[in-house]
Write a protein that binds this ligand. Sequence first.
Ligand code: GLA
Length: 643
Amino acid sequence: MRSKFGWWGAALALAMGAAPAEAAKDSLAPTGRWTANERGAARTPPMGWNSWNAFGTRITEDKVVGAAQALVDTGLAKLGYTYVNIDDGWWLKRRAADGRLQVRTAIFPSAATGGPDETSFRPFTDRLHAMGLKAGIYTDAGRYACSQAFDLRSPNLPVGTPEERAVGLYGHVEQDIGLFFRDWNFDYVKVDACGLADYAGKSDLVAQQKYVPLEPLMERGVLNRTDIAGMRALYAQVGDALQRTRPSGDYVFSICAWGQADVRRWGKEVGNLWRTSDDITPSWTRMLHTYDSAAGRPLYAQPYAWNDPDMLEIGLGDFDAGHLVEARSHFSLWAMIDAPLLIGADLANTPRPLIDILANADVIALNQDPAGHQAVRAYSSDDFEILVKTLSTGDKAVLLFNRGLAPMKAILTADHLKMARSAPIALRDLWSKEERSFTGETSFTLAPRETRLFVAKGPRILPGGMYLSEIPGAVNVAVDGVVRPEVDPLVHRMVNPWAGSRGPGERPAYGGYGGAQADAAPYGTNLQVAGRVMGAGIGILAGSRLEVRNTGKWRGFAALVGIDDNSRNTGARVRFLVYGDGKLLAQTKPVAFGQPAVRIDADVANVRLVELVAKPERNEPLAPASVAWGDAAFLDAPPPAKR
Ligand code: GLA
């Protein structure tokens, strides 16, 4: 498959006019309610298997049912891997008479329910359901799918007239979602986006293949030539159709727009998971790339809405049975960042040591922890990282990650864990199951590409309180203040697996730079106000509104607020406001750059939803100020009454 980012993508790009501006900014007025998506069946990240990484479009019913059987036989299904998802390659055509999609019965024989023109996946989904599993299907938001642009030698491309080959959702959302979820009884849908990117009227592809053209809504890597609002609207239409078709909410909606179109900001409002990058491959550095695209965004994920760094490659390439260190690292990382755990291997032929990795119940439990707090980077560098994830028990999962090829002496401190320096902290290793404890700090030697993963128990640095950056799953970034979306340079750039070193190199490609950060400023620097570094807090742009659930029945809220020392805008003045269930509880005077952080606190007893607004005095359309909600925390006592 050729790169969708490289020359091919560039060749397909057409001269679009300026993209319509994104819809007018949301008001900073409090809504009093949680506005992230809560529809669908993804209270915790989805788990299961998908056909793509192992088989591409060369799928067959036998291979898929074989994987399903292996999920049951290995015990993986009981551990939560229940979705069996077919990817690209299942379709034959869209029936001319009424637009009904036809299954390619040569590869899915059980779908031949009524002759060549009357096919149904119902026998297939019935079979999966009878095995105690769930069934997933794949489509595209445009007219045509990715294989129809990038896999032209596939034996499983749709056939017929240009209209019959238009197997994607475009113009058929209600009909196809009804077919998938009502008639065929699927439970999960992945909606790809090639149809919105690669079928321009002027392209050679459209001319050669005689496709019905669709002027692209997006250009990969170029947000200014992408109709972000239009993309969001098309995906939102699918979400609404799903909810109408399955009002019980028993469905999963997977958005596959590869981190494009600023989906890393709005995916959480529309779907249950959204890809944060282009495709993973079974290469270590490609894994780093897709991991980075999601790992820097803990504030954008929460129950029912998950960052998706793509499916697991365990069992393949750099993560096969000869690379158990790499395979354990890949799995530990996905678990910590609340990624969907979708196995991509040919499970019927996967060696036991790899199954054992996927079956580590302690690691799965981190990923499925009901609080849904994605891990936050407590130490960040290109060589080595420490990730910390708050569990619903109040314990912390901590992962030490050697990204590179040199052995690493790693130091873990109580501060990384936001635990007290003077008392013992107990660590339980989730791979070896060994226990140890330390006070203050401890060290480990990590082999190249090795991770160590523990659950840590110890007294908290903030007794009687919780920093908001420790509970990102309770924070919804309703408005992040980004006025003009920018591509994110803080993602590992590997040699492109399809293009090699042809072309100029791998440029940053995914919107989201400048978004809200846990324990860091929006552009990735330390959180700092007037020379004071804040170890904890939320960094965000002015013109923003955060919704925070008072999940712990906390009684107080406090923060040290100000304009960040690395703000691009040093002239703005910003007011900070705290609302409880829609009512103003506290506010500051306008604060200026260089002014020491100001304390703001509020009594939040009996408040369910706290909203934190950073409001600039004037509109700053080009460079909003970076602000800090430094040390922002819920406390178990209300603040002392004001004198
Ligand atoms: C895109 C997606 C992949 C896979 C293929 C199928 O590349 O990102 O996950 O679905 O299309 O063609």
